[in-house]
Write a protein that binds this ligand. Structure first.
Ligand SMILES: C[S@@+](CC[C@H](N)C(=O)[O-])C[C@H]1O[C@@H](n2cnc3c(N)ncnc32)[C@H](O)[C@@H]1O
Length: 306
C-alpha cells in the first residue's frame, strides 16, 4: 500500500456487493498517474471513481450503471447531497422492531416507485448491502436484523464528502455499457467491473441485469481497435477454485493478479486460501504505464512474476 493510502479516508455512502473500495488503491497503481476522465460503465457504488477523485488522479468522471435507481442515487449524492441526507434521516429508525417494519414498508414502496432515495435506505439496511432481485426484477432482500444501518449523521457526512469530491466534474447515467463505450474518447481511461458470471444460463439475482460474455468480448475488441486505455476487474480465484470464463488471448490483455486477502469462507474453515482478483489492462493502457503483457501477481507493493 502506498504511504498516502494509509492516511486516506475515502467516503463511501453505501455498501454494495462486489464493491472495489478495499481493492481500489491497488487497482489505481495500474492507471496513469494523471489523466483527464475516468469512465466507469459498471459503476455500482462508484468506489473506483471516489478513490480516484480523492487522490486527484483524474479531473472528470462518468459513472454509469444499467440499474436506473442506482444511477439516479449516484446523481443525487453528487448534486443534491443535503436533500438526500434529509430524506435518509426521515426514513432511518433507531429502534430495532420499528426499523424492521420500516424496511418492509420502504421496500414495498420502492418496488412500486423506484425512488432512488428509498434505494439508499434499503442499501444501508439490507444484509451486507447485498441487493437481491426476484425474477420480476423486484428488490427482495431482507433487512439486517442485527444492525440499524448507517446513522443519519454519519450518512450525511459521507454523502457530503463524496459530493465535494465529485460535484461539477461528474455525470451519472443509466445506459447499457456498450452505449457508454461507444462514446468513450481518446484521453479517457475506462475502468470496468462487470457483474460476476455465474454458471452459464443462470440468472444472477445479485444484480438487476447481467451481460453476455460474447457481447462483452466484442465490445473489448472494439475498444482495442480504437486504441483506447481500459482496465477490467473480471475473474479471479480462491485457492485453486477459479471463476469467470477466460478472456480470449487475441485481446492481448496484460493480466495482473491482485491479492485481495483471505476469503470469508476460508477463514471460517481455518484454511489459508487467498482470494486473488484479476485485473486486465488493454494494450494501450499497458504500453502507457509500462506493464509488459504477461501475468504478474501483486501483493503489498511487490510484483511477483508467475
Ligand atoms: C460488480 S458490480 C460493480 C461494483 C463496483 N465496481 C463497485 O465498486 O461498487 C457490476 C454492476 O454492473 C451493473 N450492470 C450489469 N449489467 C450491465 C450492463 N449491461 N450495462 C451497464 N451496467 C450493468 C450492475 O447493475 C452492477 O451494479
Amino acid at each position: 500500500m502506498e504511504a498516502q493510502d494509509a492516511f486516506m479516508i475515502v467516503p463511501q455512502p453505501f455498501q454494495y456487493q462486489g464493491s472495489k473500495r478495499a481493492l481500489a488503491p491497488m487497482i489505481l497503481r495500474f492507471l496513469p498517474a494523471k489523466f483527464q476522465r475516468l469512465v466507469e460503465p459498471f459503476a455500482g457504488s462508484a468506489a473506483m471513481t471516489i478513490a480516484c477523485a480523492g487522490r486527484g488522479r483524474a479531473s472528470r468522471f462518468w459513472v454509469n450503471d444499467l440499474n436506473k435507481p442506482l444511477a439516479e442515487l449516484l446523481n443525487l449524492i453528487v448534486n443534491r447531497p443535503e436533500e438526500l441526507a434529509d430524506e435518509y434521516a426521515k426514513l432511518w429508525k433507531g429502534e430495532a422492531a420499528e426499523a424492521i417494519e420500516q424496511f418492509y414498508t420502504v421496500r414495498e414502496t420502492f418496488n412500486r416507485t423506484q425512488d432512488p432515495k428509498l434505494f439508499l435506505y434499503l442499501l444501508a439496511r439490507c444484509i451486507k448491502g447485498a441487493v437481491r432481485y426476484n425474477a420480476d426484477g423486484l428488490f427482495n432482500q431482507s433487512p439486517d436484523k442485527r444492525r440499524l444501518g448507517t446513522r443519519p449523521d454519519t450518512m450525511r457526512q459521507s454523502i457530503i464528502a463524496a459530493s465535494m469530491l465529485l460535484r461539477g466534474k461528474t455525470i451519472a447515467t443509466s445506459h447499457d455499457f456498450r452505449d457508454v463505450l461507444a462514446a468513450v474518447e481518446k484521453n479517457d481511461v475506462v475502468y470496468m467491473d462487470p457483474p460476476y458470471q455465474g454458471t452459464s444460463g443462470d440468472r444472477d439475482s445479485r444484480y438487476l441485469a447481467g451481460l453476455s460474455f460474447d457481447d462483452f468480448v466484442t465490445a473489448l475488441d472494439g475498444l482495442n481497435s480504437r486504441g483506447l486505455r481500459y482496465a477490467i476487474s473480471y475473474d479471479g480465484r480462491t485457492g485453486e477454485k477459479r471463476y469467470g470464463e477466460p478472456l480470449p488471448a487475441y485481446l492481448n490483455l496484460s493480466h495482473l493478479e491482485l491479492e485481495a486477502g483471505r476469503s470469508t469462507q476460508a477463514t471460517l474453515l481455518g484454511r489459508d486460501d487467498q482470494t486473488i482478483e484479476s485485473l486486465y489492462l488493454s494494450p494501450a493502457l499497458a504500453s502507457d504505464i509500462g506493464v509488459l503483457p504477461k501475468v504478474t501477481r501483486h501483493h503489498a507493493g511487490q510484483a511477483i512474476l508467475v
